[in-house]
Every structure is written in structure tokens, then in C-alpha cells.
Design a protein around this ligand. Structure first.
Ligand SMILES: NC(=O)C1=CN([C@@H]2O[C@H](COP(=O)(O)OP(=O)(O)OC[C@H]3O[C@@H](n4cnc5c(N)ncnc54)[C@H](OP(=O)(O)O)[C@@H]3O)[C@@H](O)[C@H]2O)C=CC1
Ligand SMILES: CC(=O)C(=O)O
Ligand SMILES: [Mg+2]
Length: 628
């Protein structure tokens, strides 16, 4: 107790001191335990960022006034994780597992992220696609605890004020926001406020895969209504009960939200997620050069699939110019992917964008997109309208027969659209067809991995949006690749945020894609893998973040001093889920001192902030100090 008080009172560095001696850093770990000691002794047991549960040592229990509140045995985190894993395994259904993991995250993010990172293969399909889709569908029914923030038209004019309520940790700092309006959740359509599961899930990946600190993440739903009749009639639906706002009300609400966020947290990265394409492209265009933001469905997906496609082309062994690719789905993701493939071919092979575009044949709900189709084409589709085909082709099989593609990419949300006949047709056209059914969740996938490998006699080069189990054909077991934006957005976002980039530029996205593509070894390629193993996601993200930061410097967007070794700096700044040590000041002092402040912001007000170079539990702290 005395030790904690001493730490609180001055060593090493009071808030004032911080500004004059920027290389000493104070962290929340010094502030918060004493807060609990002084004001709410047992509160630390209920704070997800600080709770250690049975891992509190006897000394800590004394210091923190927890004596008697826990069973006598002090446990290691390893044992705690083993128990959690057993509990996790005991739940039978994916939804029960999802609810269990959500409650674990509410109890202790350290335990949650240890469990997730040690068991990625089992936990990712629960916290992310496909189970997160079901969690969204059941969001109202399963709602348990407040998480994230909601903004609706009744808050117009007061959003900035409402943001001040976001102090889940008494820490007034947010580094990353994932925001949706719930209008296109995975391939499940308009789920209104139930879409909150997606920002929560994506942010869990930002922490697990890239190392954002969980206490600085904020999931948001802008509740602009829903046109989902079933939800509007559902007693448990938690959103506003009105149809979706017309643009006159919609845009001012979203604009106010974005401006309020940037005003409150000038360094924040904002990721747009699952906005329907009538707003997604416009919002991105309006804000991409003004604030640090990107749209994951358009740009993140684009980069991931471009990387996988580049590797798939290596396996096909066809000249690049001979590829013809049919897209089923010409929405946010379809167009985003086509754009990023063009960008990557330019970067890696110097192929002009206009030439690369000619590879693509886009099919939407009305059929093949041609310049003469006669409908009012959305502006984002126009660059891909075919000028060389004038007849109307509606059916996908007919498109395949006409175009004779070397690959088909599904981003339509239409389950089973790649039926046996279509896959068979692809196999007659080319030796190794590229088959990417990328729609999520699993039940919306355009085909299954089993179908694709069976019908193509394992010749296809396959990637799906949601994970499929291994497929055995004859004696051989194939491990289907997962082409999901989760490979890119954590590293892209972390790199952009860490170097305090002014924007997420096209160049930064292209190098992120190139970095991902380059991380697949020849051995993995030979086994048909077009993405690196997901188990290495932290290393993958660190390398992507490094490439992104290099590019941000090259383009003049970065606003920190250039670190000597960018990869090391990235790695040092990644949150590691380990417990804080709540010992008296002497040991705290040793643990928190900043080794070398090689990442420093160069302008006010950020220039007062430490970007921590020890990673782990330390947060940017200018707000803590009551600063700017
Ligand atoms: N693997 C991954 O990482 C990602 C996967 N996705 C998945 O991609 C899917 C689409 O997402 P997104 O692009 O944002 O959605 P959009 O609504 O923007 O686009 C959907 C597209 O599919 C077309 N479409 C709908 N029904 C049919 C049909 N019956 N036949 C042919 N085309 C059809 C639409 O046509 P029209 O334009 O005429 O309406 C539209 O072009 C979702 O399932 C989503 O989960 C998305 C992002 C990332
Ligand atoms: C993965 C993703 O972002 C989507 O399906 O929308
Ligand atoms: Mg999405």
C-alpha cells in the first residue's frame, strides 16, 4: 500500500514531469491500482484490464485489499488458461462457446487473449466468422452487458458530448474505432444494431493479431434504423424502430460522428465495416484523405485477395495476361478486390491498371456487367463494364461458358452459386482453376471446399472467406486456405496508427498486400497454400505493419520520427497479454521505465504522447495526465 502510494506520488515522474522528461513514462498501471485501493478496493476484480483473479499473489491481495475475496491458492496464468480451455471445450455449440468467450473477455482480457492466441484455430471461428454471424443474428436475444457505443439521430448535436462518456477504464484514450451502420453484415444483409457483433469481433482481432491495447479499442454502431422487417417486429431488437434514414439525415449523422471522434481523439484510426455499398464508397471517398480511416470490406478485402490471387497465379503457371477472372458480386468487396489486384499487378509487375482491368468480368444480380446493358450502372461498377461483349448474359454458367475464365471469385453472399456444374466447367477450361468462394459466413459461401477439391480432383486453387475443415481426396489431405481480410486489417491498421499516418493511402494498402503475398514460402505454395499459416498472425501483422510504415514515410504521411529499426519498434509496441505486476513501487519502477524512446510524435498535441516502446500494458498517456 505504502509502496503503491509512493509510486503514485512521484517516481518515476508525475504528469508534469512527463512533459519535461519524455523518456520516463507513467502508465495506467501506476494509477489504477491505487485508485482501487483508495476508492473501491474490490473493484479491480471486476475490471477486465486489471483483473488477475486467482493469479493475484498474496502480497498483491494485501496491497490491493483483496484478502479474503479469493480462494487461498495463487495460480499461474498457465493454469488459469488451461482451466478456461477446458471450460471452452465443454460447451457444445459454437454459440455457447461464443457466449463463454465474451464473458471471459468481460472478466479478464489478459486471460481471454492468452486463450485466443494459444488456440487460434479453435477460437477464431468462434469470435469471428462464421459464429460471429450467428451472434449478430441473435444479438438482441443474447444481449448481456453494455459494450461499445451507439449513436442515433436523437443524439444529433450531442455526439461529441456523448463520447466523453466513454471511460470504461477511466482512461480517456482510444486508438482504434471499428464502426458499422449494420446495413450489410457479412452476407446476412441488414441487421441494424445487431451488427455490433462485427466491430466487437474485428477489434478482438486487432488486439490478438496486431497488438492494439484492448483498453483503447472502441466498437461503434451508428444506428441509422433498419429495413429488416423481422427485426422491427422483434421484441428483443435493441435498435431504433424506424426504417433506414434517408441520405439527408444519414450523412449528417455519420459526419458528426466522425468529426466528434477526431476532435476527441486526434490520433484515432477509424475502420468502416459492413456499410452497404450505397454509402460505403461515398464515405470512403469523402474521408480517405481527410482522416486516418479505411474501409475494410473494400480495401482490406481487396489487399488480402490480391495477395492470394498473386500467389494463385504462380501456381497456375499461366502468363499473367492470359488470365480471365469472373467475379460473382460487384459490390464493395468485389470492386475492392478487382481494384487491389490491379494495384498489386502494377506494383509487382508494372502492368498498367487499364490493361489489368481487362482481365475481369463482373457479374452482379442482373448478370454480366457490360457497357451496353442499359441500366443505370453505379459509378463504382463503370470502370469494369465490358465494352467487348454486347449480348446480355445473366446466368453464371452461361458467363463461364462464354468467357472461359481461369478463375472465379465469389463476393455475392449467394450460397451454392458455384454449383457442381460450374466447377466442372472450370476444370474443362483450365488445368488449375482458381476458385475463391469468399462470401461469409459459411452458410453463404458460394461453394464448399469439399465440393471444389472433389470435383476438380484436387487441381483447384482454393480460398474461402470462412474456414473449411481439411478435405481428403484419395490419400491426400488438403488444408483449404482462408481468404479473409483478417490477414491484412490488423497489420495495416496498426502500422498506420503507430506511425501516426495522416491517412491510409493506396500505396500503403498495396505494400500491405505485397508483404502478405511475399510471406508465403515456396514450400507452402507447393502444398497449394496461398496464405501464410494463421498461427503466425502476429509475425505476419508485424511485417505488414512494417511495410506500411516504410511506405507512410516514403509518401510523407508518417508523423513520428523515423525509428532506426521499424520492425523492432512495431514488435515492441505490440500488446502482450500478460498480467501487470502490482508490487510496490520499486518493482514497478523497474518494469515500466522506457528503454529507448525511438518512436516519438513530432507535433503537438501528440508530441507529448509516448508511443510505448515496451508494448505490453502501457498506453499513450497524454489524456491520463489531463493534457491536451
Ligand atoms: N472474405 C472476406 O474477407 C470478405 C468477404 N465478404 C463477403 O462478400 C459478400 C459481399 O459483400 P459486399 O461486396 O460488401 O456486399 P455488396 O452488397 O456490396 O455486394 C454484393 C454483390 O453481390 C451481387 N449479388 C447479389 N445477389 C446476386 C445474385 N443472385 N447473383 C449475382 N450477384 C448477386 C450484388 O449485385 P447488385 O450490385 O446488382 O446488387 C452486388 O454486386 C458478403 O457475403 C461478405 O461476407 C466481404 C468482405 C470481406
Ligand atoms: C470478412 C468481412 O469483413 C465480411 O465478410 O464482411
Ligand atoms: Mg466486413
Amino acid at each position: 500500500m505504502a509502496g503503491l502510494a509512493a509510486a503514485e506520488n512521484g517516481i518515476p515522474g508525475t504528469p508534469d514531469d512527463h512533459y519535461t522528461k519524455p523518456r520516463t513514462v507513467r502508465t495506467i498501471s501506476l494509477h489504477r491500482p491505487s485508485h482501487y485501493v483508495n476508492e473501491d478496493p474490490s473493484g479491480i476484480l471486476f475490471n477486465r484490464h486489471f483483473n488477475k483473479g486467482t493469479a493475484f499473489s498474496i502480497d498483491e491481495r494485501e496491497h490491493l485489499h483483496l484478502t479474503g475475496l479469493l480462494p487461498g491458492k495463487t495460480e499461474s496464468i498457465e493454469l488459469q488458461v488451461r482451466r478456461c480451455y477446458r471450460q471452452f471445450r465443454n460447451f457444445q455449440s459454437p454459440m455457447a462457446k461464443y457466449i463463454y468467450l465474451s464473458s471471459l473477455r468481460e472478466r479478464s482480457d489478459t486471460l481471454f487473449y492468452n486463450l485466443v492466441l494459444q488456440n487460434l484455430k479453435e477460437t477464431l471461428p468462434i469470435i469471428y466468422t462464421p459464429t460471429v454471424g450467428q451472434a449478430c443474428l441473435e444479438f438482441g436475444l443474447n444481449y448481456r452487458a453494455a459494450e461499445g457505443m451507439y449513436f442515433d439521430r436523437d443524439l444529433r448535436g450531442r455526439i461529441r458530448e456523448a463520447l466523453d462518456n466513454w471511460k470504461p477504464n477511466m482512461l480517456d484514450e482510444v486508438s482504434i474505432i471499428v464502426v458499422t451502420d449494420g446495413s450489410r453484415i457479412l452476407g446476412l444483409g441488414d441487421l441494424g444494431t445487431c451488427g455490433m457483433g462485427i466491430p466487437i469481433g474485428k477489434l478482438s482481432l486487432y488486439v490478438a493479431a496486431a497488438g492494439f491495447h484492448p483498453a483503447t479499442t472502441l466498437p461503434v454502431v451508428i444506428d441509422t434504423g433498419t429495413n429488416n422487417e423481422a427485426l422491427l417486429k422483434d421484441d428483443f431488437y435493441l435498435g431504433c424502430r424506424h426504417e433506414r434514414l434517408a441520405n439527408e439525415e444519414y450523412y449528417p449523422l455519420v459526419d458528426e460522428f466522425l468529426m466528434a471522434c477526431v476532435n476527441k481523439w486526434p490520433n484515432v484510426l477509424i475502420q468502416f465495416e459492413d456499410f452497404s455499398n450505397d454509402h460505403a464508397f461515398d464515405l470512403l471517398e469523402k474521408y480517405r484523405h481527410k482522416i486516418l480511416c479505411f474501409n475494410d470490406d473494400i480495401q482490406g478485402t481487396g489487399a488480402v485477395i490480391a495477395a492470394g490471387f498473386l500467389n494463385a497465379m504462380k501456381l497456375c503457371k499461366l502468363p499473367i495476361a492470359s488470365h480471365r477472372i469472373v467475379f460473382l458480386g460487384a459490390g464493395a468487396a468485389g470492386i475492392g478486390v478487382a481494384d487491389q489486384i490491379c494495384a498489386l499487378l502494377k506494383l509487382k509487375h508494372d502492368i498498367p491498371v487499364e490493361q489489368a482491368r481487362k482481365m475481369f468480368y463482373m457479374v452482379d444480380s442482373k448478370g454480366l456487367i457490360t457497357a451496353t446493358r442499359g441500366d443505370n450502372l453505379a459509378s463504382f461498377k463503370k470502370p469494369y463494364a465490358r465494352h467487348d461483349i454486347t449480348d446480355s448474359v445473366k446466368d453464371l454458367l452461361d458467363v463461364v461458358k462464354k468467357v472461359l475464365p481461369t478463375g472465379i471469385i465469389g463476393l455475392s453472399g449467394q450460397a451454392n452459386a458455384f454449383n457442381d456444374e460450374i466447377i466442372d466447367q472450370m476444370c474443362q477450361i483450365t488445368e488449375r482453376p482458381i476458385i475463391f468462394p469468399l462470401s461469409n459466413p459459411t452458410k453463404n459461401s458460394e461453394c464448399t471446399a469439399e465440393q471444389a477439391f472433389r470435383i476438380s480432383q484436387s487441381k483447384c486453387i482454393f480460398a474461402s472467406g470462412s474456414p473449411f475443415p481439411p478435405v481428403t481426396v484419395g490419400e491426400t489431405v488438403f488444408h483449404p486456405s482462408q481468404g479473409n481480410n483478417m490477414y491484412i486489417f490488423p497489420g495495416l491498421g496498426f502500422g498506420a496508427w503507430l506511425c501516426r499516418s495522416k491517412e491510409v493511402s493506396d500505396g500503403m494498402i498495396a505494400v500491405a498486400a505485397a508483404s502478405l503475398a511475399d510471406q508465403v514460402s515456396q514450400d507452402e505454395l507447393d502444398r497449394g497454400q496461398i496464405y501464410p499459416p494463421l498461427e503466425n498472425i502476429r509475425d505476419i501483422s508485424a511485417k505488414i505493419a512494417t511495410a506500411v510504415i516504410e511506405q507512410a514515410f516514403a509518401e510523407g504521411h508518417a508523423r513520428i520520427q523515423r525509428p532506426k529499426d521499424i520492425l523492432t519498434t512495431v514488435q515492441k509496441n505490440m500488446y502482450q497479454p500478460s498480467y501487470l505486476d502490482y508490487q510496490p513501487a520499486v518493482s514497478l519502477d523497474g518494469r515500466i521505465r522506457l528503454g529507448s524512446a525511438d518512436v516519438r510524435d513530432m507535433h503537438s498535441p501528440i508530441d507529448e504522447a509516448e508511443i510505448n516502446t515496451q508494448g505490453n500494458h502501457h498506453l499513450g498517456r497524454q489524456r491520463l495526465a489531463g493534457g491536451a
